[in-house]
Design a protein around this ligand. Structure first.
Ligand SMILES: [Zn+2]
Length: 388
């Protein structure tokens, strides 16, 4: 089935709420291309590998136990995890969005709210199915029309994918979502034919796509996959689009097979106009290897892709909690003009609160980068990615 794209505008400005239009011209505009507002109602109870149901009582107990382990301190790992659970358990999407805007009183914040469709990949019961999440996301956007750009989660295993997509982007409705979010380790390849149908429309209509490109923090529950569609890469053999089976032996197998940046090459070759953001710039594990001088990492892979594909971007969300990586990134941005035109500011709020206090993580990153680089990565580059 192909997508009815006649009702989707060619102009991203038509998907910008009128309340946001003036903000786009402001000199204090600050764009965070990567944030989340979902909570426990939106994910199956197998999320994060925890087998117990994510009901209020269980989450309440987890939070208390985590606090008790550490006692008085609140800057440690367990307290941060407890703080994360608090968001996940208690806050509605609107409250989480409110909290994020509260951290940006000194600027005009605009953020991309990235949805997750875990209903297909992860086992277990879910309170609000994805179709319901679409309604909730619309409510968040309608509450903060000057600040929120919703990114629709596209999972090719969603039987209603194309209908959901049409509904969320059609000019006939009042959803007017803005971008598309992809999370391959939930069990699909970027060049899956059903996704390619979506990407062709995205290329044509200038809809930006953001894809998780890091370790498999979140991954499908399945350990065996049959007849995976799309282009995949095998060491020594190269690319092939013959349907393939996969047996997972360790968690990193999900990341290497599904999330590797090379999986996007066949997509970008087929749709050169596609605006794509490879999120997390490869992620922490790859940055650890990169700063040790390893030349064969996802970081260098993404760098070479940036040189070949002019509509490709990469955000430093989550990875920015690490001061050492930030310093290396800064040097790279100062040395490579091409790179400084393609890196995007993203926080990965509120996932990143597991790593420490958000206010200080953000402030540390901004002061290290300095005003000139921040203007590029939190204003000029994201504007080009979103509206170009
Ligand atoms: Zn994220």
């Amino acid at each position: 089935m192909s997508i009815h794209s006649k009702l989707i505008s060619d102009n991203p400005q038509d998907r910008i709420p009128s309340e946001m239009k003036a903000a786009l011209e402001r000199s204090d505009l600050f764009i965070d291309v990567h944030a989340h507002v979902f909570n426990y109602e939106d994910v199956p109870d197998g999320f994060l590998g925890i087998r117990l149901p994510f009901n209020q009582r269980f989450l309440y107990l987890t939070e208390r136990v985590l606090h008790r382990i550490i006692g008085s301190s609140d800057r440690d790992f367990f307290s941060s995890l407890a703080y994360f659970v608090q968001f996940f358990r208690k806050r509605s999407s609107i409250e989480t969005a409110e909290k994020l805007t509260g951290y940006h009183k000194d600027v005009h914040l605009l953020f991309c709210a990235l949805m997750m469709d875990m209903e297909r990949g992860i086992k277990g019961k879910i309170i609000d199915p994805y179709s319901q999440q679409i309604e909730k996301m619309k409510a968040v956007r309608d509450k903060f029309p000057e600040a929120v750009l919703p990114f629709f989660a596209a999972d090719p295993n969603n039987p209603a994918l194309h209908e959901d997509f049409e509904r969320s982007f059609s000019t006939a409705g009042d959803y007017r979502f803005f971008g598309v979010k992809i999370y391959p380790s939930l069990g699909y390849l970027p060049s899956n034919p059903r996704l390619m149908d979506i990407f062709r429309v995205c290329g044509e209509k200038k809809i930006p796509v953001t894809a998780h490109c890091s370790g498999a923090t979140v991954h499908a529950s399945a350990r065996t996959f049959r007849n995976i569609e799309g282009w995949h890469y095998t060491e020594g053999e190269g690319f092939s689009n013959r349907p393939v089976n996969l047996n997972i032996k360790k968690r990193s197998d999900y990341a290497v097979f599904f999330n590797h940046p090379r999986n996007w090459e066949p997509v970008l070759d087929a749709i050169p106009g596609l605006k794509l953001n490879l999120a997390h710039f490869g992620g922490e594990g790859e940055w650890a290897k990169h700063i040790q001088g390893n030349k064969d990492t996802w970081v260098s892979y993404i760098l070479s892709l940036l040189e070949n594909y002019p509509n490709l971007y990469t955000d430093f969300s989550y990875t920015l909690h690490n001061g050492q990586y930030n310093e290396v990134l800064k040097t790279m941005l100062e040395q490579h003009e091409l790179l400084s035109g393609r890196v995007l500011y993203g926080s990965d709020y509120y996932m990143v609160v597991r790593e420490g206090h958000f206010r200080s993580l953000k402030a540390g990153f901004i002061s290290l980068m300095g005003a000139d680089l921040m203007k590029k990565i939190a204003q000029e580059n994201p504007k080009r990615f979103l509206l170009g």
